[in-house]
Design a protein around this ligand. Structure first.
Ligand SMILES: C[S@@+](CC[C@H](N)C(=O)[O-])C[C@H]1O[C@@H](n2cnc3c(N)ncnc32)[C@H](O)[C@@H]1O
Length: 380
């Protein structure tokens, strides 16, 4: 453990969740402020505070970390001459006591525009939409389980100019999705009264949470809340079991690329953290921790053989259906589904070309495919 993680003892998954969130937010905010909008709204839909260690400053909460991160981005851009930027926060929390703490938090930060809503997020969608009527809106949906009415929330997300991050509580979902007693609540979560039939039709090799996730992603796309939904898993501390999955909902290919770049950094960080925890338990580690993290990533993490094989099969499948596709579309489709960065895809395509399983021509003096490079299967 180090100073940054001191507040997260026993809930290291929250450290990973927050670190991922703020790194992604930072990248998104720089891009939005520089290219698309001078207003950035952050909606913390299930804000807490929940299980915090730092009860005076809330430095281990999503809302405080988002506020400090976005303020930093804004200050940095202002220093280099990009003035007139505005950040707006909407914090929503069901529990009355917690919402009171949020109001106090907002009161102590009067130089920020912070709106606090007490009650279910589902019941405040319209005032939150009015508060965020202009600019780009990033919504964080971080529930404690699956008890959410997704239908109206997806409509809210579809109508925003923005992106969202959803914390999919894989462990809880996995444990409960098979029981009859939860039929109705899963129906609300998946915004479908027929979810059970669809669930039973999915391949047996998927476990409960993987099936529910698949239905949820399908729904998000069919109601047009997002075109792309990349996700990645966060493990339980000290166990090789999935605790939660962070899912990004975006209409931007660039968003998918940034998601995978951030995932790559976080994956190494998670390995380091877990290795430090083992070190504490087992007494000392013989190898430098950065090397361990890199080795583990090479063996089983992003861009490893397992993901390269999955990507290879998908590339062949896409090209068999569509004859040819440009690099930009192909790369986004692969990155959405597989834990690969663009550099991994470039390498894979080069290998596939060398083996003769795909073809493409590079413009002179270019070593990797360009966005409009056409990729196709060899003619027989
Ligand atoms: C996992 S905690 C949020 C943690 C916070 N995002 C963080 O990372 O610091 C989930 C919070 O959502 C609240 N909650 C549960 N159902 C809700 C709903 N329908 N609308 C708004 N808040 C809800 C819970 O009371 C709890 O405080």
């Amino acid at each position: 453990m180090n100073h940054a993680t001191d507040n997260y003892r026993g809930r290291e998954q929250s450290y990973i969740k927050h670190t991922f969130l703020i790194r992604y937010l930072k990248e998104a905010a720089f891009k939005i402020f520089q290219r698309r909008s001078r207003v950035f709204n952050f909606v913390d839909a299930f804000a807490g505070p929940w299980n915090v260690a730092d009860e005076s400053d809330y430095s281990d909460t999503s809302f405080d970390q988002a506020l400090r991160t976005l303020d930093e981005v804004k200050s940095h851009l202002q220093l280099i001459g990009r003035g007139d930027l505005h950040i707006r926060f909407c914090l929503c929390e069901k529990r009355r006591d917690a919402a009171r703490l949020l109001r106090q938090y907002a009161k102590e930060r009067r130089n920020f525009e912070i709106h606090v809503f007490q009650g279910k997020f589902e019941n405040h969608l319209s005032p939150i939409a009015s508060a965020c009527s202009d600019g780009f809106t990033f919504t964080l949906i971080d529930p404690t389980g699956w008890d959410i009415d997704s239908g109206p929330i997806f409509d809210f997300l579809r109508d925003r100019n923005g992106e969202f991050m959803l914390n999919f509580m894989a462990e809880h979902v996995n444990r409960h999705a098979g029981y009859d007693a939860v039929q109705a609540s899963f129906g609300r979560f998946l915004a479908s009264s027929e979810w059970r039939q669809d669930f039973l039709r999915l391949p047996d090799e998927l476990n409960n949470e993987q099936k529910v996730l698949r239905l949820l992603r399908r729904k998000i796309k069919s109601v047009e809340a997002a075109s792309f939904t990349p996700h990645f898993q966060i493990l339980k501390p000290n166990q090789e079991r999935v605790k939660m999955r962070l899912l990004l909902g975006t209409n931007s290919g660039h968003g998918v690329e940034v998601f995978r770049n951030v995932q790559s950094q976080i994956e190494r960080e998670e390995t380091k953290l877990r290795s430090q925890m083992d070190e504490g338990r087992l007494g000392g580690n013989l190898f430098p921790i950065d090397e361990i993290a890199q080795d583990k990533q090479d063996i089983s993490g992003m861009g490893s053989a397992k993901f390269r094989n999955k990507a290879r099969n998908q590339i062949i499948e896409i090209l068999s259906k569509r004859k040819s596709v440009n690099f930009s579309n192909l790369a986004i489709n692969i990155m959405e589904e597989v834990s690969m960065r663009k550099t991994h895809i470039n390498k894979l395509l080069k290998n596939m070309k060398n083996e003769g399983s795909i073809e493409y021509e590079l413009p002179s003096q270019k070593r990797v495919p360009q966005p409009d490079t056409v990729i196709y299967l060899p003619k027989k």
